[in-house]
Design a binder for this molecule. Structure first.
Ligand code: AMP
Length: 462
């Protein structure tokens, strides 16, 4: 029974997002939407739960996600005619998008499909900072028949260049792109065998988890973050040495296009990524971690990951539809942005209001509300909060400084002269401003220095 001393709480690993932080989420999403539209992506919204088989087949039974982390339940039949079905909350969105591509015959258009999504995903992982059981991803997929150019290395490079642009527009500092090729399905199979052989004599020296992976899915050993195993893993054969000619050529073209666009990257031969469906290009964007306060992420320093999945559509019973996609961890993106704002503007992220109007004396409440109406709906559409004339002036200042960049005093003198006292908290400036000048004055006093342009805009005008 919930009681006042023991009320119900959000489930472990899930969390509420509240204002003012939600304003930052919305801003991030609107920047992502604007970048996606410039690169010709349309939005797709797939269901939050799907047939369990979709993930078992599409993500791979051997992956941690499918074997340990899915929220799966038996959806009981109500009527005799209905069959019980195993359903799963989506742990990722690529499989759902490819299912929708197949189900709606999107291949028939002959065009490349460029689809983006923004939504929650669910994995039963051990919760920690930057790792939740319900988390959000902003992702995109580019896929289509081979004749639409879906296999071209240009697609890979375009997606990567778009991501670099998006992170720069968001104002993420010090991001790093790591790139690798895991080759075609055949290259991968051949390499997995070589890896299994190389692992056999040293397996007993590895952690228990890696011993198991060495048997079931040897590529996953390369992904391991276990510190004790790193030296051994570094000594294993590298996939780059086992790629077939066409995979090597594809990768060289991706790299050349990135060089032409000036997108910096490093090649990380150990980047194979957890999911089974990846072929050829795999990539990850990270921000500096391990104690660097600029990341805000601690050990969970992967901001986003993705890669090419040339065989996924066929694995799900669809036509051949090579593709490439990525998923950004939105929770981690927000933590990074919050940690990277400089001290002044970090404080200002919570100052959502341009101004707080403080009526002096209850008899000035009505004219204060009329001024608020004028500023909210007038020239610059300012964000305004209104106090109450019964508050002492000191209390109005305290309340205002928590929610707004400026305070406007509405007293008898101000109303008689139409000149209002405005104090700007960040600079400490205090000025008398004529009513007609208030919209532009307040806007000019709400800018934040040293921030990405969008953050400055954020506080000027929504
Ligand atoms: P993945 O689908 O595993 O390739 O993950 C893509 C991105 O989603 C990662 O780089 C993370 O930023 C984010 N992510 C994955 N799992 C979680 C989680 N449990 N909590 C928060 N973010 C996550």
């Amino acid at each position: 029974m919930p009681t006042p001393s023991n009320p119900l709480k959000a489930v472990r690993g899930t969390r509420d997002l509240l204002p003012p932080e939600t304003a930052l989420w919305n801003r991030v999403e609107s920047i992502a939407r604007s970048v996606f539209s410039r690169y010709s992506f349309g939005e797709v919204r797939t269901p939050i739960f799907e047939d369990t088989q979709l993930f078992a087949r599409g993500v791979g039974e051997e992956t941690d996600i499918v074997s340990k982390e899915m929220y799966t339940w038996e959806d009981r039949a109500r009527a005799q005619s209905e069959k019980a079905q195993s359903l799963t909350l989506r742990p990722e969105n690529t499989a759902g998008v490819v299912r929708a591509y197949i189900e709606h015959n999107l291949a028939d258009s002959g065009q490349l499909q460029k689809l983006f999504y923004i939504g929650p995903q669910f994995r039963r992982e051990r919760p920690q900072r930057g790792r939740y059981r319900q988390f959000w991803q902003i992702g995109a997929e580019v896929l289509g028949p081979v004749s639409s150019g879906s296999e071209s290395p240009l697609r890979d490079a375009e997606v990567l260049e778009m991501l670099a642009t998006l992170l720069d527009e968001l104002g993420v500092k010090n991001w790093q792109l790591a790139l690798n090729s895991v080759g075609s399905a055949e290259d991968r199979k051949r390499y997995a065998e070589i890896l299994r052989q190389a692992l056999a004599p040293i397996k007993h020296q590895l952690s228990v988890d890696n011993q198991r992976r060495a048997e079931t899915n040897p590529l996953r050993v390369l992904d391991s973050k276990d510190p004790a195993d790193q030296a051994l893993i570094d000594g294993l054969p590298k996939i780059a040495d086992y790629l077939g000619e066409s995979s090597r050529d594809h990768f060289a073209q991706v790299s050349a296009a990135l060089d032409a666009c000036g997108v910096p990257y490093t090649i990380n031969p150990r980047l194979v990524r957890g999911l089974d469906y990846y072929t050829r290009t795999t990539f990850e964007f990270t921000v500096p971690s391990s104690g660097d306060p600029a990341s805000g992420l601690g050990t969970q320093n992967a901001l986003l990951g993705g890669g090419r999945y040339d065989g996924l559509s066929e694995m799900l019973g669809g036509p051949r539809a090579p593709g490439i996609g990525f998923a950004i961890g939105e929770d981690r993106l927000i933590l990074t942005l919050q940690a990277q704002f400089d001290a002044v503007s970090a404080k200002y992220v919570s100052y959502l209001m341009h101004a707080y109007i403080a009526p002096i004396g209850a008899h000035n409440n009505a004219p204060a509300l009329a001024l608020a109406q004028e500023l909210r709906n007038g020239e610059n559409g300012l964000r305004i909060e209104v106090g109450d004339g019964s508050f002492r002036v000191k209390k109005s200042f305290e309340m205002a400084s928590k929610v707004a960049s400026n305070i406007i005093l509405v007293g008898d003198d101000e109303l008689a002269s139409n000149n209002f006292t405005v104090k700007t908290f960040i600079s400490g400036n205090q000025e008398k401003v004529h009513r007609s000048e208030l919209p532009s004055y307040i806007l000019s006093q709400s800018a934040i220095p040293n921030d990405p342009q969008w953050a400055q805009d954020f506080f000027k005008k929504s």
